[in-house]
Design a protein around this ligand. Sequence first.
Ligand SMILES: O=P(O)(O)OC[C@H]1O[C@H](OP(=O)(O)OP(=O)(O)O)[C@H](O)[C@@H]1O
Ligand SMILES: O=c1cc[nH]c(=O)[nH]1
Length: 186
Amino acid sequence: MSDSRVIMDESAIRRALTRIAHEMVEKNKGIQGCVLIGIRTRGIYLAKRVAERILEIEGHPVAVGELDITRYRDDRPHIAESSITTPDEELKLLVKDKRIILFDDVLYTGRTIRAALDALMDCGRPQSIQLAVLVDRGHRELPIRPDYVGKNVPTSRHEQIDVSLQEIDDDDCVTILHPREAEIGR
Ligand SMILES: O=P(O)(O)OC[C@H]1O[C@H](OP(=O)(O)OP(=O)(O)O)[C@H](O)[C@@H]1O
Ligand SMILES: O=c1cc[nH]c(=O)[nH]1
């Protein structure tokens, strides 16, 4: 059992993604040569939503791709081969010489992003890679820093951040779960 509290509701997520879209256009002086790549699963929907905002802001579309990092993880050595997808030709074409903006829902230790960087490099040689996350909860174990953050959420290691998105969870919200005192250290 744990206590939970909503820290971003639908409108907070919407505003954060709109701000991130503006920051991307500003930082890249437009969106020419940029490709948004979402890490499966929720990163994909975040990338698609920001691409929609960029279309509204800039008046032209930005390419969106999907990245499966399963085979690159350092914490799940015995993944079934059938659950692994190889980088497809489309992704290889998307990455080469482009300014990649990677998307994930939560940034914690940084190990998912480390795996994503390896996966991207296997697809080709991008010009550069930037990182966007909806929530940065701290506790990095690797030297990884996001360029765009929806919300910085100071957390303890015992807590958990859950991101729900309409596309797969039927709801837009970010929740922090606190274990009850008695459960910590069990
Ligand atoms: O910075 P890290 O310590 O790597 O943590 C962040 C990752 O953890 C979650 O994925 P998870 O591995 O739980 O898989 P899921 O997205 O399939 O739930 C989340 O979606 C991030 O990708
Ligand atoms: O709290 C956390 C940590 C890693 N990944 C999540 O989705 N939430």
